[in-house]
Design a protein around this ligand. Structure first.
Ligand code: FES
Ligand code: FE
Length: 455
C-alpha cells in the first residue's frame, strides 16, 4: 500500500481457552476490521465466485465478487475459465455491468477500451485521433487476472493469493459434504438455471456465515413457522416438522446428527436419515433406490438426510440451494440464493424441492425473513458497545476429535461450526499482519505460511 501503518493485533478479538470461546463486538462493528478482512481473508484464501452451469458455453460470463472486488468469471474460446478483475486499466470503471450473458469481447462503458475474453487489452478506442495515445504509449496487458482458479464439481473458486494451497485439501471434510449433496443427482451434477433471489441486510457478513450452520436457533427464530407446521403439516416433511408433531418430538429430531468444526474455517451440520426404506416407495422410489444401491446404505442415509455447510468465507450449501454472501461494509451484506436442480432427477422431484424451498427460504417464505430480521437486530444490539464480548461456548467441552482428522465433532446444536469460522478468521487476520513473523508452529515453509494448518 502507499502508506505503511502498523496493524492492530486482530487475534485479540477472538478469545479462546480450554473452556472459553468469546468474540469481541468490534469484529462485527469496526470498519477498520472490515477493511482488514478484505485484505487478510478475502485476498488470501479461496473465495467462491460462481458455478460452471452458469457459463456452459464459450463466451458465457457472469459478474461476481471476491470480497469487495468486482470480478468477471468468463469462459473463453478454448473453454478455459478466467476470473478477471472487473476494473478498466484506463481509469478504473467497471468494464462489465451485466450480471451475466454471452460476449465476444468486453467494452468499457467509459471511453470504450476493448478487452478479449481472456482479459487482454485488444484496442484503445480512438487511439491516434487528435493527438491521442501515440506510439510511445505504454499500454498495459489488460484486465488483472486473478492468479488462482480451481473448480470442484462445478463450483468455481478463485484466489488472489498465488501461494494458496490447492482447493481440495483446503475444502477438507467439506469435500465429502459437497459430494453427498451433489451425488443426489443421478449424473452427479447440479444446474443453476435461474437468476438468484437476492437480499441485502444492514448487518455484518459473518452473521450469515454463522447462521447457516446454527442448529441452535431454529425453534426460536423460526417459531412462527414451527407452530404453523405443527398445526397444518408440511407436505415434504422437510425440517422434521410434521403435522401433529409435538415440541418434544421435534426436539428429538433437532438433536440428531452432528455439527462439525473443520479445518480452514468450514462448519458443517449433518443429520443422516434414521430410516431410509420409506423413500423407496412411491413416485421417487426407483430414483432413490438406485442412489442407495450405488452408494450403499450408510452413505445414502447421509445424502438423504439434512446437510448444511458454511464453506469459508462466503459459500453456503443448504437444502437444494447455493447461497453466497458478499460483504459490502461492516454493516451491509448481500446474500444471493440460487436454487439448484439435480441433473437427471425426476422433474417432479426437482419441483418438489423448489416448492419446499419457496415455503421456507423464498421471498414469501418464513425462513429468509426471520433470519434477516435477526441479522439486523444483531447488528443493532452490537452497537451497544458497553458490553465487550459475545459467547460461543455451546458444546465447547464436549466437542471431540474424529478419528483420523483434526476436525472436531459436536452435537448438532453445538456452536462448533461457528468456532470453526472464528478460528480461521483469527488465524488469517493475525497471519496477515505485515511485519509479524508466522506464529504457526506447523509451518513447513513449503508454501505461504498463512496457508498452513493452525492446530
Ligand atoms: Fe475504461 Fe476509460 S475507464 S475506457
Ligand atoms: Fe434460520
Amino acid at each position: 500500500t502507499w502508506m505503511h501503518r502498523p496493524e492492530p493485533d486482530y487475534s485479540r478479538l477472538v478469545w479462546e481457552e480450554a473452556n472459553r470461546f468469546r468474540v469481541h463486538t468490534s469484529a462485527y462493528t469496526d470498519p477498520t476490521v472490515f477493511a482488514a478482512e478484505m485484505k487478510h481473508i478475502f485476498q488470501k484464501t479461496w473465495v467462491y465466485v460462481g458455478h460452471e452451469s452458469q457459463i456452459p458455453e464459450s463466451g458465457n460470463f457472469i459478474t461476481s465478487y471476491i470480497g469487495n472486488q468486482p470480478v468477471i468469471v468468463v469462459r473463453d474460446e478454448e473453454r478455459q475459465i478466467h476470473v478477471l478483475v472487473n476494473r478498466c486499466v484506463h481509469r478504473g470503471a467497471v468494464v462489465c455491468r451485466e450480471g451475466g450473458g454471452r460476449a465476444s469481447e468486453f467494452n468499457c462503458p467509459y471511453h470504450g477500451w476493448v478487452y478479449g475474453l481472456d482479459g487482454k487489452l485488444l484496442a484503445v478506442s480512438e487511439r491516434k485521433d487528435a493527438g491521442g495515445y501515440d506510439d510511445a504509449f505504454d499500454a498495459p496487458e489488460g484486465l488483472f487476472k486473478v492468479p488462482r482458479v480451481e473448480r470442484y464439481r462445478g463450483l468455481i473458486f478463485a484466489s488472489f493469493n498465488p501461494a494458496v494451497q490447492p482447493l481440495v485439501p483446503y475444502l477438507g471434510r467439506a469435500k465429502q459434504f459437497i459430494d453427498r449433496k451433489l451425488n443426489f443427482s443421478p449424473e452427479g451434477e447440479i444446474v443453476l438455471s435461474s437468476k438468484p433471489f437476492v437480499v441485502r441486510y444492514p448487518g455484518n457478513w459473518k452473521f450469515q456465515a454463522e447462521n447457516i450452520v446454527d442448529g441452535y436457533h431454529f425453534m426460536h427464530t423460526h417459531k412462527g413457522f414451527v407452530q404453523l407446521q405443527m398445526k397444518y403439516g408440511d407436505s415434504t416433511g422437510d425440517f422434521g416438522v410434521h403435522k401433529g408433531g409435538t415440541p418434544k418430538a421435534m426436539r428429538a429430531l433437532r438433536f440428531r446428527g452432528a455439527a462439525w468444526r473443520c479445518e480452514n474455517g468450514h462448519g458443517l451440520i449433518e443429520k443422516p436419515l434414521g430410516e431410509v426404506d420409506s423413500l423407496f416407495e412411491g413416485e421417487f422410489g426407483d430414483y432413490q433406490r438406485a442412489l442407495h444401491d450405488t452408494y450403499g446404505e450408510e452413505e445414502f442415509s447421509f445424502m438423504a438426510g439434512k446437510l448444511s455447510g458454511s464453506i469459508f468465507p462466503n459459500l453456503g450449501l443448504i437444502h437444494n440451494q447455493i447461497r453466497v454472501w458478499r460483504p459490502i461494509a461492516h454493516n451491509m451484506t448481500e446474500v444471493a440464493v440460487y436454487p439448484y436442480e439435480l441433473k437427471g432427477a425426476p422433474d417432479a422431484f426437482n419441483e418438489g424441492m423448489l416448492r419446499s424451498q419457496e415455503r421456507f427460504y423464498g421471498p414469501a417464505g418464513h425462513g429468509a425473513a426471520d433470519d434477516v430480521d435477526i441479522f439486523i437486530r444483531n447488528q443493532q444490539g452490537l452497537e451497544a458497545s458497553a458490553v465487550d464480548w459475545l459467547i460461543l461456548e455451546r458444546g465447547l467441552s464436549t466437542d471431540a476429535p474424529d478419528a483420523g482428522s483434526r476436525d472436531l465433532r459436536g452435537g448438532s446444536t453445538s456452536e462448533a461450526p461457528q468456532r470453526a469460522i472464528w478460528s480461521e478468521w483469527k488465524r488469517l487476520m493475525s497471519a496477515g499482519a505485515d511485519q509479524k513473523p508466522s506464529s504457526c508452529p506447523s509451518s513447513t515453509g513449503a508454501h505461504d505460511a498463512t496457508q498452513e494448518g493452525h492446530h
